[in-house]
Design a protein around this ligand. Structure first.
Ligand SMILES: Nc1ncnc2c1ncn2[C@@H]1O[C@H](COP(=O)(O)OP(=O)(O)O)[C@@H](O)[C@H]1O
Ligand SMILES: [Mg+2]
Length: 228
């Protein structure tokens, strides 16, 4: 099991109530599900239903109010922030709607960064691995480009190369095609499913895109912070 989610809930403080206390807003209620190695799972639901909050909890970027997340056999609540960061570095790739590349780094340097952070385990070396991943996503001739000189689709392919370079067990993507036109989005979707097939990477994809949701083996639907 790559991921086990039990009774997961998240409250936030949202202003003050009539008696001057904190007003508590529950944005996720009692979420339970498991994901097996190699699955592709879509998380769907209206805007504001809690999809991004859930993804942040799965990655250990945010902490739950209730319940727990086990990622690759590790209970995130038992790890401190450094421990969660180390686990993310080894096991997790993350792709965002708005690409999140580092503007001061070239495409090649963006992809090399997580490899260098993990140390010397990459054969023959991070640069060669990063070059091969960029070639894999069709960007062999864009290695020295900075993000501002790449199209949206090219930036998202760099982000995919960065996410997959460390051969993560799990890829989390938050509306990865949300800022792309249909044809470019399709290329990005195809690449994610090719990596799923080639590397056995488990995919959890938040999406509004019905085509993308249908390509996943199953969908988890959220409405107002609950599984439906
Ligand atoms: N830090 C926060 N403080 C207050 N409200 C939040 C916070 N984060 C998210 N929310 C609210 O929680 C709900 C779910 O947000 P989000 O997870 O971003 O939804 P989605 O990704 O499905 O659009 C929204 O109503 C949002 O306004
Ligand atoms: Mg969102």
């Amino acid at each position: 099991m790559v991921l086990q989610v039990e009774g997961l809930g998240k409250d936030v403080i949202s202003g003050t109530n009539a008696t001057g206390g904190d007003r508590i807003l529950t944005i996720l209620h009692e979420i339970d599900f498991n994901v097996q190695a190699g699955e592709a799972v879509a998380i769907v639901g209206a805007s504001g239903s809690g999809k991004s909050t859930l993804l942040g909890l799965l990655a250990g970027l945010d902490l739950p109010t209730r319940g727990r997340v086990q990622l690759a056999g590790h209970d995130l609540a038992t790890l401190d922030e450094d421990g969660r960061a180390a686990l993310r570095g080894r096991e997790l790739g993350f792709v965002f709607q708005s690409f999140h590349l580092l503007a001061a780094l070239t495409a090649l340097e963006n992809v090399m960064l997580p490899l260098e952070l993990l140390g010397s385990q990459f054969e023959p070396d991070p640069r060669t691995v990063a070059e091969a991943m960029l070639a894999r996503v069709g960007l062999a001739d864009r290695l020295g480009h900075y993000p501002k000189h790449l199209s949206g689709g090219e930036q998202q392919r760099v982000a995919l190369a960065r996410a997959f370079a460390v051969s993560p067990r799990l890829l989390l993507a938050d509306e990865p095609t949300g800022n792309l036109d249909a044809a470019t989005g399709q290329q990005v979707i195809d690449l994610m499913f090719e990596m799923n097939a080639e590397q056995g990477t488990t995919l959890i994809l938040v999406t509004h895109d019905e085509l993308l949701a249908r390509r996943c083996g199953r969908a988890i639907r959220l409405a107002a912070g609950r599984l439906v």
